[in-house]
Design a protein around this ligand. Structure first.
Ligand code: ZN
Length: 720
């Protein structure tokens, strides 16, 4: 509501606690002591004092006292989400709307609200009280006032219990605190006694001190307060924006969570976004939280990357400038990735002079004031701030990634960010190179920190010949182990402490030329018998275009195929070489050979008389033909056995006898020949009398005649 009235300016002050607010801290002492408040000229100062102890009961009573400068002529207060119990100096105009009577010097409203507070968008309580401690928020009010001169509004909280009061939050109960003085003003960490965070107050203050040095955008303030709390307050954190109070649940201080930085960044935002710029509130808080936590060494670059990567896919249907299209945490996730990409564009385009941080400064300055509900920043204005920082027209980026569903976005590597000099000194050394043996080449590097400080995010860029391009960097088992994250221009490694050395290797596809011949082999049996077909299976580490098989030996043949298998029938026995030559599509070749024996089958004929007398010693001779390998000879007749090439037999009983000889070569090929010998009168005998045989001459076999005869008799008996 704006009323034109000469000499009088109206302002609407919208202070919805828990939504981003801007504003400058009032000059009130933020302790539990009752404050001395002085309002000059056009000042309106709202002091919200706790009247009741929020640890006792479900509700807390607040006294809202208004300190008015002499130039203030009218004041109307709207109270939300609380019940007004009584007042002094106000009259109720409509429900929850109170008008100052214009006379009471310090008008007061007494209101009551529940201690436990939550908003639907997160699970759990934003504010809560227990018997031991409570963290309560300011009552949401909206003040409209009129007066002459410069009008301003400020709010602070106060209470007289044990605890701390800030501008928009108050802690009641036992606590420990630590305050550091920074360029931004005093920064105080207040940790509830009930909480046992993994970081001490000193460590948390040091983080905030370093963060203020690296990222101060808002004007200095009286104080910034970080409350470290625990259950029943939900996980996560909550900031009230420009008024400089935020809380973080103790569990959310654990890396890789970056809630502490996120809520701090909110304290640096002081602008009033139109809906098409609303996404930047959480996007900035998330992006700079990851970035600051990484730069300060609290998370690895890998965590930064993991937090941002993939949001363009996860939120592919969302449009940042249109909050209706968001789902889940679109503004946080897609917003942070988009800002990271935008930040890189600005750094590139401005040759490093400006960053997105400069845009935030402009947005704070030109983008309106959320507390005063004055001015605002629209998407078009935001684009012009970005183009100013980049010194070039950035509408293309806005059209592609902010005003429409996102284009593919990549996470910037750590090299684009300036990092404070820690005293680290990195040295890179090639420790091993393997190129030209096989399909993969490797180059091994050691990266050591020879300095005195930590290297936060070692980054490896490689300049390689074209033919070694397209490889990947991997960690190895040597040195300190390191994860490796690939980004557009190189690879980020784990942080390196002084004296530490990480070993990584660059693995690339070997170029397709002679130096990258394929490896090839095939299976071949050592021996087969002539007439059997043989199948060869070739295998290679590369895709093979042609297989050329050369059969070399008694028979010769060349066959070309695109199959890795070949079946071949060897009809001529002999010793062969099978030679395989393969060729890749790129023309690289390799040759491999295997030896194979195509074995012959032995043959044998028997030289022996056709007829003998009983008791006549006669000579039997095996005439063997066998080209390949040694062989054994085995005779058998009428139960007698022998194993020499020449054997003497003596057959005692009359009849027809089968004399057989079997020749087996060392590869298992075998043949048997049988002859019939007539002993005496073949009609006279049943063949059951004992037989005697003997051998003669050196090298003749030793028979086992007696056992054989007994065996034969036994068999005959059973038959009867
Ligand atoms: Zn936030």
């Amino acid at each position: 509501m704006i009323r034109g009235r000469p000499g009088i300016r109206w302002m609407v002050v919208a202070c919805l606690v828990l939504v981003l607010c801007g504003g400058v801290a009032v000059g009130a002492d933020a302790t539990a002591e009752q404050t001395e408040v002085v309002a000059d000229g056009g000042d309106v100062i709202e002091v919200q004092s706790l009247v009741s102890d929020p640890r006792e009961g479900d509700t807390a009573t607040y006294e809202l006292a208004y300190y008015l400068g002499g130039d203030i002529s009218e004041l109307t207060v709207t109270v939300s989400e609380a019940t007004v119990k009584s007042g002094d100096g106000f009259t109720e105009a409509r429900e929850n709307i109170y008008e100052w009577d214009g006379e009471t010097e310090q008008p007061v409203l007494e209101v009551e609200r529940a201690v436990d507070q939550s908003r639907g968008q997160y699970d759990g309580l934003d504010f809560a009280g227990t018997e031991d401690w409570a963290l309560v928020g300011a009552v949401s009010t909206q003040a409209e006032f009129a007066g002459t001169g410069d009008l301003s509004f400020d709010r602070t909280m106060d209470h007289s219990f044990e605890g701390v009061a800030g501008d928009e939050m108050a802690y009641v109960g036992p606590y420990e605190s630590e305050t550091v003085t920074t360029d931004l003003g005093d920064v105080t960490v207040v940790t509830a006694d009930e909480a046992n965070p993994s970081l001490s107050n000193t460590e948390i203050s040091e983080i905030l001190e370093e963060t203020v040095e690296q990222f101060q955008i808002a004007e200095p303030r009286e104080a910034l307060r970080a409350y470290i709390v625990t259950d029943p307050i939900r996980r996560g954190g909550l900031a009230t924006g420009g008024n400089g109070d935020f809380w973080v649940h103790e569990d959310s201080l654990e890396p890789p969570r970056t809630t502490l930085w996120h809520e701090y960044v909110h304290s640096q935002q002081n602008f009033q976004p139109e809906s098409d710029v609303a996404w930047t509130i959480e996007a900035e808080a998330d992006y700079y939280a990851y970035l600051l936590a990484m730069k300060q060494g609290h998370i690895e670059y890998h965590d930064f990357y993991a937090a941002l990567e993939g949001a363009d896919v996860d939120h592919a249907d969302a449009i940042l400038a249109e909050p209706d299209t968001w789902s889940g945490q679109t503004d946080y996730e897609l917003g942070a990735l988009t800002l990271a990409a935008l930040d890189r564009e600005i750094r590139d385009a401005s040759a490093g002079t400006d960053t997105y941080r400069d845009v935030m400064e402009t947005k704070n300055k030109e983008g309106g004031d959320a507390v005063m509900s004055q001015g605002s920043v629209s998407d078009a204005e935001f684009e012009s701030f970005v183009s100013d920082a980049a010194r070039t027209d950035m509408s293309g980026f806005f059209d592609a990634s902010i005003r429409s569903q996102p284009e593919s976005l990549s996470v910037p590597g750590p090299e684009i960010y300036e990092v404070d000099d820690t005293g680290s000194e990195l040295a890179i050394e090639i420790t091993d190179t393997v190129v030209g043996a096989g399909t993969e080449g490797t180059v091994e590097f050691s990266i050591s920190n020879a300095g005195t400080g930590t290297s936060i995010a070692p980054f490896v860029e490689l300049s390689v010949p074209d033919e070694f391009d397209g490889g990947e960097l991997h960690g190895t088992d040597e040195g300190v182990s390191s994860d490796v994250t690939a980004v557009d221009d190189g690879w980020a490694l784990n942080h390196l402490e002084p004296g530490e050395k990480a070993v990584v290797e660059y693995v690339f596809d070997a170029p397709d030329d002679e130096s990258a011949a394929p490896e090839v082999s095939f299976d071949a049996p050592a021996v087969v018998t002539a007439g059997e077909s043989v199948t060869f299976h070739a295998s290679s580490d590369q895709d093979i275009e042609t297989y050329t098989w050369d059969i070399m030996g008694p028979e010769e043949k060349t066959m070309e195929t695109d199959e890795s298998e070949l079946t071949y029938d060897f009809s001529v026995h002999g010793e062969y070489s099978v030679v395989l030559t393969v060729q890749t599509q790129a023309g690289a070749t390799a040759t491999v050979a295997e030896e194979i024996l195509i074995n012959d089958e032995p043959s044998v004929t028997i030289n022996a008389p056709d007829e003998v007398d009983p008791g006549e010693v006669f000579l039997a001779e095996a005439d063997v033909t066998n080209e390949f390998g040694a062989y054994d000879v085995a005779w058998e007749t009428n139960g007698l056995e022998a194993s020499a090439e020449q054997v003497e037999f003596e057959l005692m009983s009359e009849g027809e006898r089968q004399l057989s000889v079997t020749v087996t070569d060392e590869h298992g090929a075998t043949t048997t020949e049988t002859r019939t010998i007539i002993v005496g009168d073949p009609s006279e005998t049943d063949g059951l009398t004992e037989e005697i045989e003997d051998t003669f001459g050196p090298g003749f076999g030793v028979p086992a005649a007696i056992i054989a005869v007994i065996g034969l008799l036994f068999l005959a008996r059973v038959r009867q």
